[in-house]
Write a protein that binds this ligand. Structure first.
Ligand code: HEM
Length: 312
């Protein structure tokens, strides 16, 4: 029997907030930037991945809002995205697709679709969902996911000050594989280089619809925006197949490089950021959500490319 779950997920996303031809079925609103990733050599004992050695590589970065509506106001969406193509010397790319919430709401694709349907039943208008009420019902239906749902609710409270001030997480575990073939499970974390310890949130009053991209443009007019990349090393007891599990906070953390964003760009071809496209020196865990993302993103990519309006 063929697997229709990815189609089901995309149909549900389309029903949830309307269909926006030519756009991504999630994280539709976003802009692209040219960047350089400079590894510091600290990942070499763990991986042969070319972009994690000691030579800088160029990167294409996309910051995004999570809704499928490409016109949604920046201050309304709960999670922000940062997606990266690392350009390898051989012409291939290694991808990372991150959000600002460190864990996912379920480890099971079917449950994810059920959750989407519950959120969809709390529409307050054609293109607007009452996420607050939706989350209350999710908490009642899936009490085992309380921690993540409360983290999501927390993010809904106040809009962030800037894309440049947020932490980003690819969420899933990955295996780094070194020159001897030894595998080490890790999770990545991105941290803003110049992190302000003071309040990092704003009130939505007086914020423009596109204030996050406008803010980034202003910062890039004056200079660059940088993030540090860390890996956290798993211990034997840490699950590699469960994106709801963030692992204990005392895991060894290593700074492995820095991403510097230089300027906004306008790609002319349609780009796909696929979290399973990791390239040489990195392997995938047996994580059902991660593999389901690969299939679902392909369905979304196919649909948006077949539609009239093409977006990068
Ligand atoms: C069942 C799980 C998930 C489904 C079905 C799903 C679905 C989608 C879809 C359909 C897209 C648009 C793909 C395209 O047309 O290129 C997308 C994009 C995105 N998703 Fe997910 N997603 C899931 C989980 C996650 C998780 C766990 C994260 C957090 C790391 C995440 C972060 C993102 C980001 C950042 C984008 C924007 C990618 C870009 O910049 O092009 N998603 N998602």
């Amino acid at each position: 029997m063929s697997n229709t779950l990815p189609q089901d997920a995309i149909n549900t996303l389309e029903q949830l907030q309307g269909k926006f031809p030519g756009n991504r079925r999630a994280h539709a609103k976003g802009e692209f930037y040219e960047a350089v990733f400079t590894p510091n050599g600290k990942a070499i004992p763990y991986t042969t991945a070319p972009h994690l050695q000691s030579e800088p590589v160029t990167a294409t970065v996309r910051f995004s809002n999570s809704p499928p509506d490409p016109t949604a106001a920046d201050f309304l969406s709960p999670a922000k995205g940062m997606s990266i193509h690392f350009h390898q010397p051989d012409g291939s790319t290694s991808h990372q697709v991150c959000t600002t919430i460190p864990m996912f709401i379920t480890k099971d694709p079917k449950t994810f679709i059920e959750m989407l349907k519950i959120l969809g039943s709390h529409k307050t208008g054609v293109h607007s969902i009452d996420l607050g009420l939706g989350i209350v019902q999710l908490l009642t239906t899936f009490p085992e996911h309380k921690k993540t749902l409360l983290a999501l609710k927390e993010q809904l409270k106040q809009p962030p000050i800037s894309y440049a001030a947020l932490h980003y997480y690819p969420i899933h575990a990955f295996y780094l594989v070194n020159a001897e073939g030894k595998r080490q499970a890790i999770k990545y974390e991105w941290r803003p280089l110049k992190e302000k310890k003071s309040s990092s949130f704003l009130s939505s009053i007086n914020l423009s619809t596109n204030y996050l991209s406008e803010d980034l443009e202003k910062r890039l007019d004056k200079g660059t925006v940088s993030f540090e990349l860390f890996i956290r090393l798993a211990e034997d007891t840490d699950a590699t197949d469960d994106p709801t599990d963030t692992w204990p906070t005392d895991r060894q953390k290593i700074l492995i490089g820095q991403l510097t964003i230089n300027k906004k760009i306008f790609p002319t071809e349609s780009l796909l950021f696929d979290p399973t496209n990791v390239g040489k020196g990195i392997e995938l865990p047996d994580d059902p959500i991660l593999h389901f993302r690969h299939e679902s993103y392909a369905v979304s990519y196919d649909r948006r490319n077949k539609e009239n309006k093409k977006t990068p």
